[in-house]
Design a protein around this ligand. Structure first.
Ligand code: A2P
Length: 279
């Protein structure tokens, strides 16, 4: 019989900190989500992020490959046995141009050191919790919306998600539809807690039921009128923000103008901000 070198190492982790892809879902030509195995030792608080990636191309001179890593919010809750991520696809993006082609059984690199500011510990108690997101900035909220603690200390959880078009809202819309209809999730989170969720999706470039940047809808007061809630008030309202740098900056200015102060793990406040890292 023919002698061949053994190249099939599929059963062995070939990457440092390798985790195996268990599912991949594509939403649009710009957006996809995937799930990977979770290292047994990885503990995190819902809302945190980790560094993930793939091996880069070999260096043309030395032939050596280096890991190509980016910060990704963990989109799954802390109790989930797998890890979920929600990602943009950028055609010439060093990581996402490759990452978008991963398939079940492939391996990715995951550095098991979670960090982040979008955690309940960084917020003072309040009555109403706002999640303000754009694009893939929804990811940490996909984690937090499946975390029982999110509902414990608030009467309402208002989730805003702004995308260019309707298809880009799918991941978030499906997630909210799933947690409010899935028996296991209803049992875990509680029917009365799920009733606290107010979902407020908006689009900016395609016609939908609600159009406009959330910043504009805050400034005009339309958001509050639509939801039948009073304007932002530091005595009652708390916010977590995740989107592009420009979005975060604009929302922060509006929250500060309303009298809310930014908090941190070491010093809880009335709002916290995290960037949706991969642009
Ligand atoms: P717009 O279409 O008006 O730029 P992206 O896909 O580019 O990350 O954007 C996601 C969503 O966030 C888009 O609907 C975009 O609106 C909106 N957006 C971008 N920048 C800001 C900002 N500074 N303030 C509010 N919304 C923003």
């Amino acid at each position: 019989t023919e002698q061949r070198p053994v190249t099939d190492t599929a059963a062995q982790p070939v990457l440092p900190d390798a985790q195996t892809v268990t599912s991949v879902t594509h939403y649009t030509d710009r957006l996809f989500s995937f799930r990977v195995t979770r290292p047994a030792s990885l503990r995190f608080r819902s809302g945190e992020f980790v560094m993930i990636g793939l091996m880069g191309d070999p260096d043309p001179r030395t032939g050596r490959q280096k890991p190509l890593l980016r910060a990704y919010s963990i989109a799954s809750p802390s109790w989930d046995e797998e890890l979920e991520f929600y990602s943009i696809k950028v055609e010439d993006g060093p990581l996402t141009s490759k990452l978008q082609h991963i398939a079940v059984g492939d391996q990715i690199i995951l550095k098991p050191k979670p960090v982040g500011t979008l955690v309940h510990d960084a917020l003072l108690p309040g009555k109403r919790l706002y999640f303000f997101s754009t694009g893939t900035g929804f990811a940490p909220f996909a984690s937090l919306l499946r975390e029982p603690e999110t509902f414990e200390n608030y009467d309402e959880v208002i989730v805003t998600h702004t995308c260019r078009d309707v298809a880009e809202l799918t991941y978030g819309a499906n997630l909210i539809a799933d947690i409010t209809s899935d028996e296991m999730m209803i049992e875990l989170l509680g029917e009365e807690n799920l009733a606290k969720i107010r979902y407020y999706p908006t689009t900016t470039r395609e016609k939908s039921a609600k159009m406009g940047r959330i910043t504009t809808l805050i400034e005009s007061g339309e958001l509050f009128t639509d939801l039948g809630v009073p304007p932002l008030d530091p005595a009652t309202d708390r916010a977590m923000v995740c989107g592009s740098l420009a979005f975060n900056k604009d929302i922060a200015a509006l929250l500060e103008a309303a009298g809310l102060h930014e908090g941190a793990n070491s010093e809880p406040g009335e709002f916290v901000i995290e960037k949706a890292f991969v642009g």
